[in-house]
Design a protein around this ligand. Structure first.
Ligand code: ADP
Ligand code: MG
Length: 833
C-alpha cells in the first residue's frame, strides 16, 4: 500500500481540465518516438491536473522513467514557463544540471538561451531563459537575494531521495515561501521529484506542510531483473571480483551492456585497463606488454583450480527465464549453503563442459568489449560517450561510480555488477575531521543499482555479497544534513534572518550538537553576535542557539565559500592582500589541485612514467613555494604559485599535464576567482578590484599578512608540535597536538612543510588515512595567536612589566597580558590588549 495521499489513477477519468494555454513544441520525429516510450508520458494528464489543483505535488518514479527530462516540457507546453516566470529545476549534482539542460533543449528543439543551466562556476542563463536547471546550492543563494523567488512560477526539486543538504533546506524554505506567494496573489508551484517511494519525511511531517501534498506514483515500465547474490562476501578484493564477474558475463551470456558499480576513480580506471587488455577492442589497444593478459590467464588458472577442488558439486546456474528477484529469506540461504561450497563469486558456471546448454552456444569470447569509465570528475565530453551507441560488434561495458545510480541513465544495460560499496566522505560531527571511507550501500541504493539492468529488456544483477549481508544493510542511507558539519548552512540561514535555527522545518533535523558546534564556530569567527554570558547555563545555551547575525556575518554570507574562508576574504582588503586571498580561498575550495600519482600501475613502464611525473611535480612545488619568509606560508604558497604559473602559461591542458596539475581544477579555480572578485566588489564599495589572472607573487610582507589572515579564519585549526618533554611514546614522534583531538596529528607527507615541522601551524583540513594527517599547512607565529584569536584564549592578569600605559589615541589603558590557548592550555607570549 502506498502513502494515503496517493492520487488514484481513476483521477484520470474525471473530465479533463483543458489547459488554458498550449505552447507548441517542435520536436524531431526521432525524439518524439523516444519520448513516447517513457512511462511518464502516460501520466502527463494526471500530473498536470495535480499541479494545477495543488500548490505542492510530490512525484515518485523509477530512475529513467522520464521525470527530469519530461516534466519541465509538460510545464512549458501548459504555459507555465516564460522569461519573467521561469520553471526552475534543482539537481544535487552539477553533472546532472548541465547534461539535463542540454538534453531538454535538444528534445524541445530550443536554444540554450531558452533552456539553460547555472552551476556554481558557470552557466548560460540569458534574459530569454524560461527553463533553468541549476544545482540546489545555486537556488539557495537566490533565496537569500529574493526570498519569494519571484522570478519563478514553478520550482522543481529533483532527486529529493538523495537527501542532499541543500535540497532538504530548500524544501523547508519552500514550505514557507509557497504560502507567502499564495497570499501575495502570485502563486508558486512546487514539485518534489524522487526516485523512491520513501517520502514520509516530506509528507508525514506536520512541521513541513500544513496540508499533506498529493503523491503521484509513475508506474515504471521496468523489465524484471533477476538478482543473483554471491554465496559469500569477498572481504577486500571486490575490484578483482568485479573483473572476474565481467569476464564471465562477457564470455558466457547473450549480448547486452554491462554496468559495473565501483567506489572510486582510481578503481574505475584500473578495472577499465584490466578489461581492455583482457578483451582488446582494437589490436593497438594492447600496447604495454602482456602482463595483463597474463593476469587474466592467471585468473583463469585460479578459477579452474577452484573448480577442480569441488568438481563433484553441480553449481547452480542462472535461470535466464526467471525474471524475479530471488527471495532473500532464511530458507533460501540454507538451500545455498547446501548446494554449494564457499567459493565466492561462482554463481555463473564458466566451465560448462558438456556443451549441451543454451548459454554455451550463445557464448562468444571473441567479441571485443567496449569499455568506458564514468565518474563525476571525468571530462564532460568523455562522460557523454556513454549515451552514444557502442561501435558495431562490440559489447558495451561501463565502469562507474555512484553517478550512474540515479542521476544518469545509460541506455542498453542488461547486466549490472554491484560491488555493494560506496565511497563517502565522513565527518566527525564535532571536530569536522573528515575521511573518505568505503562502506556498504543501503538497500534502497542496491535496488536502484539493480534497476539499471531492466531498462530496455529483462536483465540480471550480480551482487558481490551474500543475501545475509544485504539484509544487514540500512534500508535507506541517512540524509546528508545529519552527517556533516553545518556551519555554512547555519550562516546562510542566519543571513535569511532565521535566528532560531532549531525551530526550522527541516525534513530531518541535524543533531543538536552539530548545531551547537556550528554556532560556536560562527560566534568565534565574529559572524554571529555573542550571547550574554549571564543567566543560567540552560538559558545561556538556548541563547547560544539563537544568536543573530552580525554585520561581519552578513558580509561573509555573500561569499559562496565556507565561513572560515569567507572570514579570510572579509579581512583581506588590508595591505592589498585580496587578490592573493581570493586565489588561496578558491584553491582551498576547489581542492585536489595536484594529480595523484600513487595509483596502482599496471605495467613497469607505467610505474616508471608515474615516478617521473611525481618527481617533476615535487620539483615544481619547491619552486612554487617561493623563497625566504614566503616559504612559511607553506602549502598555501604552493597553491598561489601553482595557480599563478598556470595562468601565466595561459591555463592550458598541456601545461597542467606536464606539471602534475589537474586541468579541471585549474579551470574551476579560475572561475571561482572571477566570481569571488565580483562578490568582493559588490560588498566593498569602492574596492573596484580587478584580479589579474597572472598575479605577481606577494611581497614578503604580504606573505606574512596572508599567514595572519589565514590564522584568523582557521582559529580552531591551530596545531602545536609536541615538545620534547611532552613526548609520551613513539607514536607522538613528529606529532602535533590540536585543541580538538586527543590523538596525535601529523603533517601530510605531500605537504611542503613535511620536513620543516614548525612549532605552530594552521591546517586546512585533517584527513584520516593510516594516521590523522593535516593538509594545507602554513606556519604561524605564537604571538599572533592571542592577538588575532582572542575568542580562543584565556587572558591572565596584566603584567607589571612593561607597566600599563595610557594610549592617547584610543583613550584606553594599554597593558600586556599573558594568555593560554583554550582547552589545551598552551602558554602563549604576553600580548598587548
Ligand atoms: P528520470 O529523471 O526519471 O530518471 P530521465 O528524464 O533522466 O529520467 O531520463 C529519461 C530517458 O532519457 C532515459 O531513457 C535516458 O536514457 C534518456 N536520456 C537522458 N539524457 C540523455 C542524453 N543526454 N542522451 C540520450 N538519452 C538521454
Ligand atoms: Mg532524473
Amino acid at each position: 500500500a502506498g502513502p494515503s495521499a496517493m492520487v488514484p489513477r481513476a483521477a484520470a477519468s474525471k473530465p479533463p481540465c483543458k489547459p488554458a494555454v498550449f505552447v507548441p513544441v517542435d520536436r524531431s520525429p526521432e525524439i518524439q518516438e523516444a519520448r513516447l516510450k517513457l512511462p511518464i508520458l502516460a501520466e502527463e494528464q494526471v500530473i498536470m491536473e495535480a499541479i494545477s489543483e495543488n500548490p505542492i505535488v510530490i512525484l515518485c518514479g523509477e530512475t529513467g522513467s522520464g521525470k527530469t527530462t519530461q516534466v519541465p516540457q509538460f510545464l512549458y507546453e501548459a504555459g507555465y514557463a516564460s522569461s519573467s516566470g521561469m520553471v526552475g529545476i534543482t539537481e544535487p549534482r552539477r553533472v546532472a544540471a548541465v547534461s539535463m539542460s542540454q538534453r531538454v533543449a535538444k528534445e524541445m528543439n530550443l536554444s540554450n538561451r531558452v533552456v539553460s543551466y547555472q552551476i556554481r562556476y558557470e552557466g548560460n542563463v540569458t534574459d530569454e531563459t524560461q527553463i533553468k536547471f541549476m544545482t540546489d546550492g545555486v537556488l539557495l543563494k537566490e533565496v537569500q537575494k529574493d526570498f519569494l523567488l519571484s522570478k519563478y512560477k514553478v520550482i522543481i526539486i529533483d532527486e529529493a531521495h538523495e537527501r542532499s543538504m541543500y535540497t532538504d533546506i530548500l524544501i523547508g524554505l519552500l514550505s514557507r515561501i509557497v504560502p507567502l506567494r499564495e497570499k501575495k496573489g502570485q502563486p508558486l508551484k512546487l514539485i518534489v521529484m524522487s526516485a523512491t517511494l520513501r517520502v514520509e519525511d516530506f509528507t508525514d511531517n506536520s512541521r513541513l506542510f500544513s496540508v499533506t501534498p498529493p503523491v503521484i506514483q509513475v508506474d515504471a515500465r521496468q523489465f524484471p531483473v533477476t538478482v543473483h547474490f554471491n554465496k559469500k562476501t569477498p572481504l577486500d578484493d571486490y575490484s578483482g571480483e568485479c573483473f572476474r564477474k565481467v569476464c564471465k558475463i562477457h564470455r558466457m551470456l547473450p549480448p547486452g551492456g554491462i554496468l559495473v558499480f565501483l567506489t572510486g576513480q582510481a578503481e574505475v580506471h584500473s578495472l577499465c585497463r584490466r578489461l581492455r587488455k583482457a578483451f582488446p577492442f582494437q589490436k593497438n589497444n594492447t600496447t604495454g606488454g602482456d602482463d595483463d593478459r597474463e593476469e587474466s590467464v592467471e585468473e583463469m588458472r585460479k578459477f579452474k583450480k577452484s573448480r577442480r577442488r569441488r568438481k563433484v558439486m553441480t553449481l547452480p546456474k542462472i535461470d535466464l527465464d526467471n525474471y524475479s528477484v530471488v527471495p532473500v529469506d532464511e530458507g533460501d540461504e540454507d538451500r545455498d549453503a547446501e548446494s554449494d561450497d564457499d567459493v565466492a563469486g561462482s554463481d555463473i558456471d564458466l566451465d560448462l563442459g558438456d556443451g549441451d546448454s543454451e548459454e554455451d552456444e550463445k557464448s562468444d569470447s571473441s567479441l571485443p568489449l567496449y569499455v568506458l569509465p564514468l565518474y563525476s570528475l571525468l571530462a564532460p565530453e568523455k562522460q557523454a560517450k556513454v549515451f552514444r551507441a557502442p561501435p558495431p560488434d562490440t559489447r558495451l561495458c561501463v565502469v562507474a561510480t555512484n553517478v550512474a545510480e540515479t542521476s544518469l541513465t545509460i541506455p542498453g544495460i542488461k547486466y549490472v555488477v554491484d560491488c555493494g560499496k560506496v565511497k563517502k566522505r565522513f565527518y566527525d560531527k564535532i571536530t569536522g575531521v573528515s575521511s573518505f571511507r568505503v562502506t556498504w550501500i543501503s538497500q534502497a541504493s542496491a535496488d536502484q543499482r539493480a534497476g539499471r539492468a531492466g531498462r530496455t529488456e529483462p536483465g540480471h544483477c550480480y551482487r558481490l555479497y551474500s543475501s545475509a549481508v544485504f539484509m544487514d544493510f540500512e534500508k535507506f542511507s541517512a540524509p546528508e544534513i545529519t552527517k556533516r558539519p553545518v556551519e555554512d548552512l547555519i550562516l546562510q540561514m542566519k543571513a535569511l534572518n532565521i535566528e532560531k535555527v532549531i525551530n526550522f522545518p527541516f525534513p530531518t533535523p541535524p543533531p543538536t550538537e552539530a548545531l551547537a558546534a556550528a554556532e560556536e564556530l560562527l560566534i568565534a569567527l565574529g559572524a554571529l553576535k555573542e550571547p550574554p554570558r549571564t543567566g543560567r547555563l540552560k538559558q545561556q545555551l538556548a541563547a547560544k542557539l539563537s544568536c543573530p547575525i552580525s554585520p561581519l556575518g552578513r558580509i561573509m554570507a555573500t561569499f559562496p565559500v565556507a565561513p572560515r574562508y569567507a572570514k579570510m576574504l572579509a579581512l583581506s582588503r588590508q595591505h592589498d592582500c585580496l587578490p592573493y586571498t581570493i586565489t588561496i580561498v578558491s584553491a582551498m575550495t576547489v581542492r585536489e589541485l595536484f594529480e595523484e600519482f600513487d595509483r596502482p600501475a599496471v605495467s613497469e613502464e607505467e610505474t616508471a612514467r608515474l615516478k617521473g611525473k611525481r618527481a617533476r611535480l615535487l620539483q615544481m612545488q619547491k619552486i612554487w613555494a617561493g623563497q625566504g619568509p614566503m616559504q612559511k606560508l607553506g602549502d598555501l604558497m604552493v597553491m598561489l604559485g601553482a595557480v599563478g604559473a598556470c595562468e601565466y602559461a595561459g591555463c592550458t591542458r598541456k601545461f597542467c599535464e606536464e606539471n602534475g596539475l589537474r586541468y579541471k581544477a585549474m579551470l574551476e579555480i579560475r572561475r571561482l576567482r572571477g566570481q569571488l572578485t565580483t562578490a568582493v566588489n559588490s560588498v566593498c564599495t569602492g574596492a573596484n578590484l580587478y584580479v589579474d589572472p597572472k598575479m605577481k607573487p606577494p611581497t614578503e610582507a604580504q606573505a606574512t599578512y596572508l599567514r595572519q589572515i589565514v590564522l584568523a579564519g582557521l582559529g580552531d585549526h591551530v596545531a602545536r608540535r609536541v615538545q620534547a618533554e611532552e613526548l609520551l611514546d613513539d607514536k607522538w614522534k613528529n606529532a602535533y597536538k590540536t585543541a580538538l583531538l586527543e590523538d596525535p596529528v601529523f603533517i601530510h607527507p605531500s605537504s611542503i612543510l613535511f620536513r620543516e615541522l614548525p612549532e605552530f601551524v594552521v591546517y586546512q583540513e585533517i584527513v584520516e588515512t593510516t594516521k590523522l594527517y593535516m593538509k594545507g599547512v602554513s606556519a604561524v607565529e605564537p604571538e599572533w595567536i592571542p592577538a588575532l584569536l582572542p575568542p580562543y584564549c584565556h587572558f591572565g592578569k596584566p603584567l607589571e612589566n612593561p607597566p600599563p600605559s595610557y594610549c592617547p589615541e584610543t583613550g584606553r589603558i594599554r597593558c600586556h597580558r599573558p594568555s593560554v590557548f583554550h582547552r589545551v592550555s598552551w602558554e602563549l607570549p604576553a600580548v598587548e590588549v
